[in-house]
Design a protein around this ligand. Structure first.
Ligand SMILES: [Zn+2]
Length: 307
């Protein structure tokens, strides 16, 4: 990737069937969904921490041979070696290194929570399942009933990759006391590009969410915008807003694309049948000179531009 690229952003909408992707606090016999309240109405969400976990597991599944991703120890600490470890480089860490003390790395891969855009009340149900209890040998097996809150919804998710931080570590020059970025990879960017590509393609294959044995959810993008940017920003994240009838806010969409055209190449993908005002969205896309692609093609375009 050319040095002038500073960021890659993706924002997407995904429609789920009945699912519970991230449990809330619940109670003894209820597994609810995580939810937030906006103007008195409840919506479901999946925390940023859960989304990072899903993405990390997706990258781990496709890890090329001879590359390495550590797993945290019992204190949640990771290895901290960004030249070798994709986990520590891409997702950051807070760890204690012998002789150095506590070291923190801010994650160059930033993930948003997945926000449900349709009210929970109109789009959820309570299902129940039997939870088996562990019993002593010889005792009769017992189970108790657990209620599980499930919902359908359209979620908005996003990711921003701080391209120029991948494979780089901040170090203070001992003589001048100036903060420098030191390249820890030293192979003309090939390894860096491989790591960036793995994150983008990780989104394409997200699958390791909770409770999948019973729920089999597809949480990959249905409507997506992707940008390869000469400036680092999070602007694209605001491009999608929908009302309760699944109409995309056209003015908002237009305004964000126009904002970003000056410093980024933008790709747009749309799976038919999700947005109510799909025809209008296509018309606006044409006016904005955005080709309407399949969501998968947006990933291909971005991965190809990484090099
Ligand atoms: Zn590590």
């Amino acid at each position: 990737m050319s040095d002038q690229f500073k960021g890659i952003e993706l924002v997407w909408l995904t429609e789920t069937d009945l699912t519970n992707l991230n449990a809330g606090e619940g109670g003894t016999n209820i597994v609810d969904v995580k939810k937030f309240r906006k103007q008195g109405v409840e919506y479901p969400y999946v925390s940023g921490q859960a989304m990072r976990f899903y993405l990390r597991e997706s990258v781990r599944r496709e890890l090329p041979e001879s590359t390495f991703m550590c797993t945290p120890n019992d204190k949640g600490e990771t290895c901290g070696d960004i030249s070798k470890c994709w986990n520590c480089d891409l997702f950051g860490f807070m760890t204690t290194i012998r002789g150095t003390g506590a070291v923190t790395r801010v994650s160059p891969v930033k993930v948003s929570p997945a926000i449900g855009l349709l009210p929970l009340d109109d789009n959820s149900t309570i299902d129940f399942l039997t939870r088996k209890k562990r019993v002593e040998a010889g005792e009769k097996a017992k189970g108790d009933i657990v209620n599980v809150e499930l919902g359908v919804n359209i979620y908005k998710c996003g990711i921003s990759i701080d391209v120029q931080r991948i494979g780089y570590e901040e170090e203070v020059d001992q003589d001048s006391k100036v903060l420098k970025f030191v390249d820890k990879l030293n192979n003309n960017g090939a390894e860096r590009n491989l790591r960036i590509r793995s994150v983008v393609s990780g989104i394409k294959y997200l699958a390791d969410y909770s409770k999948q044995a019973r729920l089999l959810t597809d949480f990959t993008p249905d409507v997506i915008l992707g940008a390869v940017q000469q400036r680092y920003s999070h602007r694209l994240q605001k491009a999608f807003e929908i009302d309760n009838n699944k109409n995309l806010n056209i003015e908002r969409f237009k305004s964000i694309i126009n904002d970003m055209k000056g410093y980024g190449t933008i790709y747009f993908g749309l799976l038919p049948g999700l947005l109510n005002n799909e025809q209008q969205v296509k018309k606006i896309a044409a006016e904005l000179e955005l080709e309407v692609l399949q969501p998968q093609e947006v990933f291909e375009k971005i991965i190809n531009s990484i090099g």
